[in-house]
Design a protein around this ligand. Structure first.
Ligand SMILES: *Cc1c(COP(=O)(O)O)cnc(C)c1O
Length: 502
């Protein structure tokens, strides 16, 4: 596929011309500079870098940035991802030089402010979740899951309870849950949903036993539903000697309303980049702290941040807590992301955080209500949703041949980022829509209008929808190949291959 088109940018290689590199004017290095490098480390052939003047370089990247979609450019209802507006004051806080310029290996004495901030954030997250202790080390939600499951494994092993091989996972869980359980060495057992979208208690009871290490449950689930049978589920899990893991990435729905630790969950992770304000979406940095109940504290990753009696802070020393599962990541975590979370939590306070969730749930139910009232799409699960909801284009497809994928592509023409589609897999032609608390009523209405207008177009001029997008820089991409063979290497079309490093 060509990367140049009317709205696209030529690559830097295509803009390149010999002698145009602004970098050429850097003062000459000392004549013996190369002699100081070992011969084996020197290039035989110059690197194949493009040569571009500075103005072209700046325009190239600024124009590219304007092709990007972000929550700062428009509505982004990508379900399960919580693409909400992030207050810019948190960006300011994360760039304060005392934090941003701290060396990751700085001795504890010169890192007191950062250690204190991390210690406070651990306590805030423990308070919010009802857990007894929190580690901030994991670099993302999925790594938090892995951390949590390694802690679960360490707990059972420490008790010489060695036959617990199974992790039960409802089919409404996030896809990372079974992947994590497998990576941590467990066998995953899929538990079907009941017709109301909750866990099927009978199937759950049948799968549970002395081989069960844990249940991993996404709550609210990827159907946007709060699990109503939590009390029974947790009683069964604990009676079987197993532990309960909650995927807390959907915490945006339950702040100040439900504390997983208080309800009886033993371990959970947070997606601070979703719930507590970090711009994310390009696969960029995140953080996935993990909270645990008292009996699991000895196994948390090392080093933990400790507060000494005198009020100073330090990191645990190597080997100080022998039962620890060890390090999950370098240093103490993604501090810039954690600092944004600290600032966000402090700015909102307890009442503000509860309001975040109340508004997120209200927005989702409003949008859900508008679609349900119209009937062009099905809204499969009855009753109120949490912070996101499922709509289905199955009926529309039967009537018009237009698929949910086409609806999503047509939304781009109407100025919207599509919702999550074909996930969860348990719903035919699914759309998982999460508006978040930061959108105003007018935006929600305009988005609902756009979806309903597309349904009308599907009946009247289906080819307009099936050939969308019409206004985007590129039309339909080969998504299967993009996912299976993500080979993004550029090759010149009609010029000789630029020299490659020797
Ligand atoms: C986003 C998400 C995850 C994974 O988190 P990452 O930070 O992307 O690794 C796990 N579970 C749920 C429910 C999520 O929404």
């Amino acid at each position: 596929m060509s990367v140049t088109g009317p709205k696209l940018q030529p690559t830097l290689f295509e803009l390149s011309g010999t002698g145009r590199a602004a970098g050429r004017r850097i003062p000459a290095p000392p004549a013996d500079a190369l002699d100081r490098l070992p011969a084996a480390a020197r290039r035989a052939v110059p690197p194949a870098l493009p040569e571009v003047d500075e103005a072209s370089l700046v325009r190239h990247y600024v124009n590219l940035s304007q092709l990007n979609w972000g929550v700062d450019t428009g509505f982004y209802p990508l379900g399960s991802c919580t693409m909400k507006y992030n207050p810019k004051v948190n960006e300011w806080a994360a760039r304060l030089p005392g934090f941003a310029a701290l060396h990751p290996l700085a001795p504890d004495e010169t890192a007191q402010g950062t250690l204190e901030m991390l210690w406070e954030l651990e306590r805030d997250l423990a308070e919010i979740s009802g857990m007894d202790a929190v580690t901030l080390q994991p670099a993302a939600g999925a790594q938090g899951e892995l951390t949590g499951m390694l802690v679960v494994r360490a707990y059972h092993r420490a008790r010489r309870d060695l036959e617990r091989t199974d992790v039960l996972i409802p089919d409404s869980a996030h896809g990372t849950n079974p992947a994590t359980a497998s990576m941590a060495g467990f066998r995953t057992v899929n538990i079907p949903s009941a017709p109301d979208g909750g866990v099927d208690l009978e199937a759950f009871r049948a799968a549970l036993g002395s081989h069960t290490a844990a249940i991993m449950i996404t709550n609210p689930s990827t159907l946007g539903l709060f699990e109503r049978r939590i009390v029974e589920l947790l009683e069964l899990v604990h009676a079987a000697g197993a532990l309960a893991y909650m995927d807390g990435a959907n915490l945006n729905a339950i702040l100040g309303r439900f504390r997983p630790g208080e309800a009886g969950f033993d371990v959970m992770h947070f997606n601070v980049h979703k719930t507590f304000s970090t711009p994310h979406g390009g696969g960029g940095p995140g953080a996935g702290p993990v909270g645990v109940r008292e009996p699991l504290i000895p196994f948390l990753p090392a080093p933990r941040v400790l507060r000494e009696l005198g009020g100073t802070f330090r990191l645990e020393r190597p080997g100080e807590r022998p039962a620890s599962i060890g390090r999950m990541r370098g240093h103490v975590g993604n501090v810039g992301i954690l600092l944004r979370a600290w600032a966000y939590i402090r700015a909102h306070g307890a009442d503000g955080l509860r309001e975040v969730s109340d508004d997120a749930v209200l927005a989702a139910n409003y949008l859900r209500g508008r679609l349900e009232a119209d009937g062009a799409y099905e809204v499969p699960y009855p009753g109120p949703c949490a912070h996101e909801f499922i709509a289905s284009g199955a009926g529309l497809k039967r009537a018009t041949g237009v698929r949910t994928l086409d609806v999503a592509k047509r939304l781009i023409d109407k100025g919207y980022h599509p919702p999550t589609i074909y996930f969860p897999h348990t719903v035919d032609e699914a759309m998982l829509i999460e508006p978040t608390e930061t959108e105003r009523l007018e935006t929600l209405d305009a988005f609902a209008d756009a979806l309903l207008e597309i349904a009308r177009e599907a009946h009247e001029t289906p080819e307009l929808v099936t050939s969308a997008p019409h206004s985007a820089p590129v039309r339909r991409l080969d998504e299967a190949t993009a996912a299976r063979q993500p080979n993004l290497r550029w090759r010149p079309e009609n010029r000789a291959e630029p020299p490659r490093p020797g």
